[in-house]
Design a protein around this ligand. Structure first.
Ligand SMILES: [Zn+2]
Length: 323
């Protein structure tokens, strides 16, 4: 009988779950609100209860499953299966996630960080086309990334590999939460785009709906900036040009180092679609090394919110041959 996988995508507001076939087809999906109260101490017990409850609900047994994989924020020790410093979960001290979940569910468990897991998902069932060399950037409230080289995620010596959001694209630029200046995250995240818009609006004196909204004190989002740019708002277009310049520069630098088959751009900001991708590509082509320019392909992510659970489930495939 074909065995199944469980994928868990743990985030600061929701925990997403899915049961998948060994080939990565989602069969069941559900989600829970993340209860971060009491130092996040309810999170792991809630995950265990929810998995056990749903297996009962679907009349499934433990031996139908290969194991559970999970993506989580924070710093991860993959060997020990622990997480520390996941501040949006209120996990300030070390959490023995693997030990508790294996005990509570009777299944084998593996974890990695959320951006890495999304990269695995896109590589397996999305834009990465099962390639051995895939770079992934996610543009959301922050900028995250996952780099797959020779079929393996790059973790680095202490797990900080793939932190593409902190690639410096403008020395002495905007101050980043990491303490440095000019990180990509400050220019290509949803909040970074709004920051650029506000700064440009201050200097701009021409006609612009975006400028009128900002001067009016209306709430601006990255989506509004892109929508106005598509409607030929001049100021909005200069903002998008700047964002795409930094994204193209970062994509070229990353690709010059790794020469991936695909560089996949996902996250909420990537909903701007081809409009965004086309301008990022123009800058990428300007900065990329000639052989990289012709061999690395920039693409939009294809799985949306499912990338996390699919990639998480793929972590459990390592247990296939262990029985
Ligand atoms: Zn930074």
């Amino acid at each position: 009988m074909a065995k199944k996988l469980i994928g868990v995508d743990l985030g600061g507001t929701t925990i997403k779950f899915a049961i998948l076939t060994e080939n990565g087809e989602i069969q069941q999906k559900w989600s829970l609100r993340t209860n971060i109260l009491d130092d996040g101490s309810h999170i792991v017990p809630d995950i265990i209860d929810s998995i056990n409850h749903h297996l009962d609900l679907y009349k499934m047994t433990r031996d139908q499953f290969i194991g559970i994989g999970m993506g989580t924020p924070g710093t991860i020790d993959r060997e020990k299966g622990t997480v520390i410093g996941a501040y949006n979960l209120n996990w300030k001290t070390t959490q023995n996630v693997k030990e508790q979940i294996e005990q509570g569910t009777g299944m084998q468990f593996a974890l990695d960080n959320d951006a890495n897991v999304a990269a695995l998902g896109e590589r397996w069932k999305g834009a990465g086309n099962e390639g051995d060399d895939v770079a992934f950037m996610t543009l959301g409230t922050g900028v995250g990334g996952g780099l797959i080289s020779n079929g393996k995620l790059i973790h680095g010596v202490v797990g900080a590999g793939g932190e593409v959001g902190h690639m410096i694209v403008k020395p002495d630029g905007y101050l980043c939460t990491c303490g440095n200046h000019g990180c990509l995250e400050q220019y290509a995240s949803a909040t970074g785009i709004v920051h650029i818009a506000q700064d440009k609006a201050e200097e701009y004196e021409g006609n612009s709906r975006l400028k009128a909204m900002i001067d009016n004190g209306d709430e601006i989002t990255a989506k509004i900036v892109f929508d106005l740019a598509k409607e030929n708002d001049y100021l909005a277009n200069t903002v998008v040009d700047e964002v795409c310049f930094y994204l193209g520069l970062a994509s070229a630098n990353l690709s010059n180092a790794l020469n991936p088959e695909y560089l996949v751009i996902g996250g909420g900001v990537s909903a701007a679609g081809e409009f965004l991708l086309k301008r990022v590509k123009q800058n990428f082509e300007k900065f990329a090394f000639p052989t990289v320019r012709t061999s690395t392909q920039l693409k939009l992510a294809e799985l949306g919110n499912d990338a996390g659970v699919i990639g998480a489930a793929s972590l459990a495939r390592q247990f296939v041959n262990e029985d």
